[in-house]
Design a protein around this ligand. Structure first.
Ligand code: PRX
Length: 656
């Protein structure tokens, strides 16, 4: 008898019958949607409240900028907030907010509506209106959601920037959007300490004339005193917002009115500002949230992502709010003040649906099953995963140790570009295979093809493409439409397919398994970072002449950042692991992009392997750091460069 473990492809978890019996969506949905995708999406769009009904479901005449639900007019914030109050559900809890230091607040839909209206009035008083951009540099607070909704209410385009990003990274986004307003806090809690942030916000807007105001919310108060202040520009939230009326008449906007801009790392250059619009995005997000997370009126739903990530846009703001769900949101680090913090929060609020990330599951695993066992997690009925492929071991651990063996796990594959889930199971229908996002959702068409566009045979690796336009798709890259077309649509222009940038295989059952990225994008703890962006940050340091960044496999974070650098002045690379230089460069990258971008390994090399046309061959270095050899070296300009990097890497790893 073989003792080899069962391959993940053969592990099958059919939905528990009791789950299927109560599920929002049944097996017929796949066929119904396939028979007439446009009719299917029109039906889902009608779950929303339209001020004027749409006349056309889908208009492909402007592809790749598709238009959905043209002629229709709606207000996204009304759909997410007012509509539930009008339906008599104003007393239902919208948000259970848990702060990092242990403070908490509970907000009903009626209260949320009042707060959104107040802020909408405040924004208008500051001169913000339809089409203006507002950048948010805020932690996970109810006010972050209030501001996002208030922007939607008045038709301003919001862009949320992760609070852990540096002033430089923030500045790029403020400048690129041409924002009129920046909203920030005095400080943020990070792993138990109060960190001042207003000075960073000031640095980000210095000299940018389009920024008329900085609205400052007090969060850390006396723990971060001496908030720098620019009179005339800076406004305290409590002075402006609290005196506003809770009455605000919401206008309606075109279905294709821009809703938000989200920045993401791509293959080349600076982050791209993807633009999402209103009717199609909300339709895709709202329906998929209802179908994939099976949300019910009495659920307590928790998506643990930071609000600035796309995961939270769709499944912590627009999706759950449009479905009138009760949510938990948590401000802090998952491990602060102790590694069981998430489980404590699940127990405290009786969370029924917990949407998490593989990197966090692997972190929990290190603490052993005793960690979740200390808490009562019996309220959970469904689990979710996003951000990277979940290893089968992590999947089964989550299933057994957190979900008590009874909770389906919805592994959702999607991207900032797709707006909402594309490949994901219907938990009452789709048998699960640990590590696979299963199959495309009803109404969505994705497959695995080779370079020429031919469908791959089962088991053959190719690239993931989306073969039919879908409502939640990004419409453009802010101020750079050519880049949008080039990055995603040019490679399969003949077929009109969207190239996702992920390698993938399909198994014999048609299940999709995601491999690594095909471009130079790294995935570190679910954060998307581009090699080129990291290299630019490194070479902006005076001691670095050239740099190459690759992702090496890492047990906890999925990938870790390895930077190969050539120092200026041709200093001999006799100490590839120069730790003083490594510290300098880590701090420099953190200051340029943010702590998430800090390279774990910095290796000093005398040369870098390049193609004859001068492109850095990152693939060969990635293979080396992963312990894979034998990559194709035929396009190398000079083999000695690769040999020198290999020697430096060997010396570096031996010295650790
Ligand atoms: O590589 C895939 C990976 O994350 C990329 C998208 O990153 P981002 O735009 O930041 O959005 C992340 C949250 C939706 C994808 O191209 N990815 C995301 N979810 C999964 C995944 N890879 C495998 N399985 C997933 N469930």
């Amino acid at each position: 008898m073989s003792t080899a473990p069962t391959p993940a492809e053969d592990l099958l978890f059919p939905p528990p019958p009791e789950f299927t019996a109560q599920a929002n969506v049944g097996a017929r949905e796949y066929e119904r949607a396939a028979a007439d995708p446009e009719a299917f999406w029109a039906e889902q769009a009608r779950r929303l409240q339209w001020d004027e009904p749409f006349t056309t479901v889908f208009d492909g005449s402007t592809l790749p900028t598709a238009q959905w639900f043209t002629g229709g007019r709606l207000n996204v914030a009304v759909n997410c907030v007012d509509r539930h109050v009008a339906a008599g559900r104003g007393d239902k809890v919208a948000l259970h907010w848990e702060g990092e230091p242990g403070d908490s607040r509970t907000i009903t839909y009626a209260q949320l509506k009042d707060e959104v209206c107040r802020l909408a009035n405040a924004l208008e008083e500051l001169g913000v209106g339809h089409g203006d951009r507002v950048v948010l540099y805020l932690p996970v607070l109810p006010e972050t959601i209030v501001t996002t909704m208030a922007c939607a209410r008045i038709g301003a385009v919001v862009s949320l920037v992760f609070g852990g990003f540096s002033a430089e990274a923030l500045r790029f986004r403020v400048e690129d959007t041409g924002a009129k307003l920046l909203v920030c806090t005095d400080g943020q809690f990070r792993r138990g300490t109060a960190v001042a942030v207003k000075a960073a916000a000031d640095e980000a807007v210095a000299g940018l004339e389009h920024v008329e105001h900085v609205l400052v919310l007090r969060r850390t108060g006396e723990r971060t005193p001496d908030v720098p202040w620019t009179a005339g520009r800076d406004v305290w939230w409590h002075e402006l917002v609290e005196r506003q009326s809770t009455e605000h008449v919401a206008p309606s906007f075109d279905a294709e009115n821009p809703l938000f801009i989200i920045y993401t790392s791509g293959t080349t250059g600076k982050p791209k500002g993807l633009v999402h619009t209103s009717g199609g995005y909300l339709t895709h997000t709202s329906w998929s949230h209802w179908a994939v997370f099976d949300v019910k009126d009495d659920d307590v739903y928790w998506c643990q992502a930071d609000l600035a990530w796309v995961t939270a846009h769709s499944y912590e703001m627009y999706g759950p709010l449009s479905n009138g769900v009760t949510q938990v949101i948590y401000e802090g680090s998952p491990l602060t003040p102790h590694p069981g913090r998430h489980f404590e929060v699940i127990e405290k609020y009786g969370v029924t649906i917990y949407y998490t990330a593989p990197t966090l599951v692997r972190t929990f695993m290190k603490h052993g099953p005793e960690l979740p066992a200390r808490f009562d997690l019996s309220s959970l009925r469904l689990l979710g995963s996003v951000g990277e492929a979940i290893n089968p071991e992590a999947w089964t651990w989550l299933h057994r140790e957190v979900g008590g063996g009874r909770c389906p796990i919805v592994d959702t594959w999607w991207q900032s570009e797709t707006g909402a889930a594309v490949v994901a199971p219907l938990p009452g229908v789709t048998p699960l295979k640990p590590g696979s996002g299963t199959v495309p959702l009803p109404g969505l068409a994705a497959t695995v093809v080779d370079e020429a566009g031919a469908e791959c045979a089962p088991g053959q690796t190719g690239v993931l493409v989306i073969t039919r336009p879908w409502p939640g798709m990004a419409r453009t890259v802010w101020r750079d439409h050519a880049r949008f077309v080039k990055s995603y649509w040019e490679p399969y222009a003949a077929q009109g397919w969207y190239l996702a940038g992920d390698a993938a295989t399909k198994d014999a059952d048609g299940y999709i398994w995601i491999g690594g990225r095909i471009d130079d994008v790294l995935n570190v703890s679910g954060h998307r970072l581009s090699s080129i962006e990291l290299e630019s940050a490194l070479v902006s340091h005076p001691r670095v002449a050239e740099a190459a960044v690759v992702g090496a496999p890492d047990e906890t974070t999925g990938q870790r950042i390895v930077a190969f650098v050539i120092t200026r002045g041709g200093a001999p690379a006799d100490d590839p692991g120069d730790s003083a230089l490594a510290d300098l460069l880590r701090a420099h990258v953190a200051q340029q992009i943010g702590p998430v971008a800090r390279p774990r390994d910095v290796v000093v090399v005398p040369d870098l392997p390049k193609t004859r046309s001068g492109k850095i061959m990152r693939r060969l270095m990635a293979d080396m750091t992963a312990g894979r050899g034998g990559g194709d070296v035929t396009s190398l300009q000079d083999e000695t460069a690769l040999a020198a990097v290999e020697t430096a890497w060997a010396a570096y790893t031996a010295s650790r």
